[in-house]
Design a protein around this ligand. Structure first.
Ligand code: SAM
Ligand code: SF4
Length: 320
């Protein structure tokens, strides 16, 4: 279905939980977040019902995210059930990779096509500091297994945070030389309670591009938020996702579903449309609710404009 600005919306990002086994400094408070009661979160069965209606409206691509999607029991069965829905052509996942080694084979079998793995440092101590306790070796094992299974290109998401990991961008870029992987640098976004801090720690992708140097620009793929480049003779690619310095709103093709049953027409707006009540009490109106969320997509986000109110939820609660 098209929105009011003639953009075809065919992509749904689903946050299946806001819980996580890590506590990244820009995403989650150190003490974690309170676990919501069952009544306040969508079950896998309810999400599946929503996806069926969304598929009927033209959604053909799903990304499962969180919080950390792999901490949720029943994830493999859930992927199986959405992969059987008519019209769903592509299912991907964004994960921190800690549990990937354990699940990736079953997930592939269930119908998962690709994974994006978040890794902000290649140094074990630093990785531990940024994630407040994560073990990088577990993530590396998961990445190796995903590549072995041929689920390529594996995409690595790197958020560069001033004072933490700017000096690692060249090492991340080098990873693309002999492997078919995509390293994607994502600009730190001011979200949730860390919004002010994130503004101070912001490092623009333009400065990262300069730091790496010698990049060859590749043709831009419409509806990909990343602009891709390659080092000379490299097997893999380097992507830059610039939600702050150069937003991609005119090509935006997505809506988001949060684990507590809210549809978000735009990541950077506090507008949310409740779908939890509809799926529980009145499934006949699901189509209408989904249509209204697509039609509510703003022309663009207003992050850089004066008086803009930051989104109150952390990324872990929205689904990054
Ligand atoms: N736990 C999974 C993971 O880390 O990949 C999935 C959810 S996480 C919220 C998805 C992505 O959002 C991660 O790549 C993370 O680095 C990114 N993210 C979280 N907060 C962010 C922020 N304030 N700005 C930019 N990216 C952010
Ligand atoms: Fe967890 Fe992902 Fe947020 Fe890190 S970025 S705290 S792994 S949800």
């Amino acid at each position: 279905m098209k929105d009011t600005y003639n953009r075809r919306v065919n992509y749904m990002r689903i946050s299946i939980t806001d819980l996580c086994n890590l506590r990244c400094i820009y995403c989650m408070p150190e003490e974690g977040i309170c676990k919501k009661s069952h009544d306040d979160v969508l079950s896998f069965e309810e999400i599946t019902e929503i996806v069926k209606v969304a598929a009927d409206l033209g959604i053909d691509k799903i990304r499962v995210t969180g919080g950390e999607p792999l901490v949720k029991n029943g994830i493999v069965e859930f992927i199986t059930s959405i992969s059987r829905i008519d019209g769903i052509k592509d299912i991907a996942m964004t994960t921190n990779g800690i549990l990937l080694d354990r699940y990736i084979e079953d997930l592939k079998e269930a119908g998962l096509k690709r994974v994006n793995i978040s890794i902000d440092s290649l140094n074990p101590e630093r990785y531990k500091a940024i994630t407040r306790g994560g073990d990088i070796n577990q993530v590396l094992k998961g990445i190796r297994k995903t590549i072995e299974l041929g689920m390529t290109p594996v995409k690595l998401n790197v958020v560069v945070v001033g004072g933490y990991n700017e000096d690692e961008v060249e090492n991340f870029a080098k990873l693309t030389m002999d492997k078919d992987i995509e390293v994607r640098f994502i600009e730190l976004m001011p979200l949730g309670e860390a919004a002010e801090w994130a503004k101070e720690s912001f490092v623009s992708n333009e400065s990262i591009k300069k730091r790496i140097g010698n990049l060859i620009e590749l043709p831009h793929k419409i509806s990909s938020p990343a602009k891709y480049y390659q080092l000379p003779n490299a097997l893999g690619k380097i992507g830059f996702i610039n939600p702050i310095s150069d937003h991609f709103c005119s090509e935006c093709n997505r809506i988001r579903l949060t684990s507590d049953g809210k549809l978000k027409p735009c990541l950077h707006s506090n507008q949310e449309i409740d779908i939890l009540k509809a799926v529980r009490t009145n499934p006949e109106v699901l189509r209408e609710v989904l249509e209204s969320a697509i039609l509510a997509k703003p022309q663009k986000h207003y992050l850089n404009t004066q008086g803009h109110e930051y989104v109150k939820r952390n990324m872990s609660q929205i689904g990054g």
